[in-house]
Design a protein around this ligand. Structure first.
Ligand SMILES: [Zn+2]
Length: 460
């Protein structure tokens, strides 16, 4: 039946290929009853992207497959700028596809995620330009080229690459996880890229197909992850305005699984991570349908995740600071959609921490005021906020300098306090004395002539 659809598809392709624009075509060729992107075709194409778009496409690789095929990584950003226009660091997004060589629509979404931004940039699309000016998108489109080219789930050693990561490896009922964590060159290369090139990513999406669902951590445990607040926010936001795609904890939404790139990405790297299962079909169907149409809704979800990457972590801002002798009162807002714990406000001199507040928790999109004591009477230090980007233990720590010029600072030393006391409590009696004096002069109204004797005295 599948081959009958395939033949129909080939006939339709042959008849109507002239009607489908080059931009919309799946760039592969029909192989093994599926419309299929081979590693050779991908290699030609990503090199073309880099040659044609040197301003935004930086092509690199993170090693080779077991059979020696290059693992291409397409890096997209406006490379004329190292940072954002305001000088701050660009957000980092990491995407991979093709862990399982027979899940073409998953690989296709990774390919489409790159193509959408390349086309958008060249078409002057405002959203694509904004994203590439403010972030870097790193996409490893095909992680398992050996398995891909022979249409199999496994790599060439018959290992399930998405059970081969070093996070509770081989601790669930599973098949073919490999001889040890990272025993395969593909997974070792992927984790190497995460650790060396994109350790500070604020989004990681790994793409598969077979069930139409998005899975967040954990696969290992049925419990919600520490950053459930962030994952639930994204789930609700996507459901409200973009797609009804189910979004669940992987263990409950699919089945218990261990040693996955998703659990590794979150549990070891601290990324907010999703497994994007793009379709109910594991194989590309026989009918010919452009990827843009077939994966349009999934691409809308990807664009949402990428456009809003700035929010996928805690973002602390110091709104108000009051130093009252030894007591420091601070008002802090969290603009991000992830919470953070064990954060501190610090007063530093170079690398030396002169003072730090009590540890505090900052809930997502919330603000609070607190007071900590023990502030030393040392001037000339700098203020900074030290916190984890997310709640999970593996989340990255950041130390962010506070620009005092942008907030209201009230600082009182001991002598200031004395002066303040005099002003507050000394003003009333002073006023009473002045008023009484003025009142006593009331019976002798001031007249111009009164000034003459005074002038006379001066003349003397
Ligand atoms: Zn898969």
């Amino acid at each position: 039946m599948r081959s009958a659809f395939f033949m129909l598809g080939v006939l339709l392709c042959a008849s109507f290929s002239g009607l489908v624009s080059a931009e919309q075509e799946w760039p592969g060729e029909p192989i093994d009853n599926h419309v299929h992107l081979t590693w050779a075709t991908l290699t030609l194409e990503v090199n073309e992207w880099a040659d044609d778009n040197p301003d935004i496409v930086d092509l690199t690789s993170t090693g080779q497959s077991e059979l020696g095929k290059t693992l291409w990584v397409v890096r997209l950003s406006d490379w004329s700028m190292e940072t954002k226009a305001n000088g701050s660091a660009k957000e980092i997004i990491y995407i991979d596809g093709g862990h399982h060589g027979n899940e073409y629509l998953g690989t296709a979404l990774a390919w489409l995620s790159a193509k959408w931004y390349i086309n958008g940039w060249n078409d002057g699309n405002e959203e694509a330009i904004q994203v590439l000016q403010n972030s870097e998108i790193h996409i490893l489109i095909m992680l398992n080229p050996d398995g891909n080219d022979i249409d199999t789930r496994w790599n060439i050693n018959q290992v399930d690459l998405n059970r081969n990561y070093d996070h509770y490896w081989n601790t669930c009922p599973t098949t073919q996880p490999g001889s040890s964590a990272f025993s395969e060159s593909e997974t070792a290369a992927n984790s190497n890229y995460m650790n060396t090139e994109v350790p500070d990513a604020d989004l990681y999406v790994t793409m598969h197909t077979g069930v139409w669902i998005m899975l967040y951590p954990w696969g290992k445990w049925p419990e919600q992850p520490s950053d459930w607040e962030l994952f639930h926010y994204i789930r609700d936001d996507v459901h409200e305005s973009i797609s009804d795609i189910p979004i669940q904890n992987a263990n409950q939404g699919l089945y218990p699984n261990c040693g996955t790139s998703r659990d590794y990405g979150y549990g070891v790297m601290g990324y907010p991570t999703f497994t994007f299962e793009t379709d109910d079909e594991q194989f590309v169907p026989g009918t010919f349908e452009s990827l843009h149409d077939r994966l349009g809704e999934e691409m809308d979800v990807m664009r949402y995740l990428i456009d809003n990457v700035w929010y996928w972590r805690a973002r602390l801002v110091l709104d108000e600071l009051l130093v009252d002798d030894e007591d420091v009162t601070y008002t802090i807002s969290n603009l991000g959609h992830a919470s953070t714990r064990n954060a501190t406000l610090q007063y530093i001199d170079g690398t030396n921490i002169l003072w730090e507040s009590n540890n505090f928790t900052a809930n997502a999109t919330d603000s609070f005021t607190a007071t900590s004591s023990g502030f030393p009477s040392v001037e000339g230090g700098e203020w900074r906020l030290s916190y984890q980007k997310r709640v999970v233990d593996s989340a990255q720590w950041v130390n962010e300098t506070v620009e005092l010029s942008t907030l209201e600072v009230y600082s009182f030393s001991n002598s200031d306090i004395t002066l303040l006391w005099i002003l507050q409590f000394g003003a009333l009696p002073l006023f009473v004395i002045c008023f009484a004096f003025w009142w006593s002069r009331e019976e002798k109204p001031f007249q111009l002539g009164d000034a003459e004797p005074l002038d006379a005295e001066l003349v003397d």
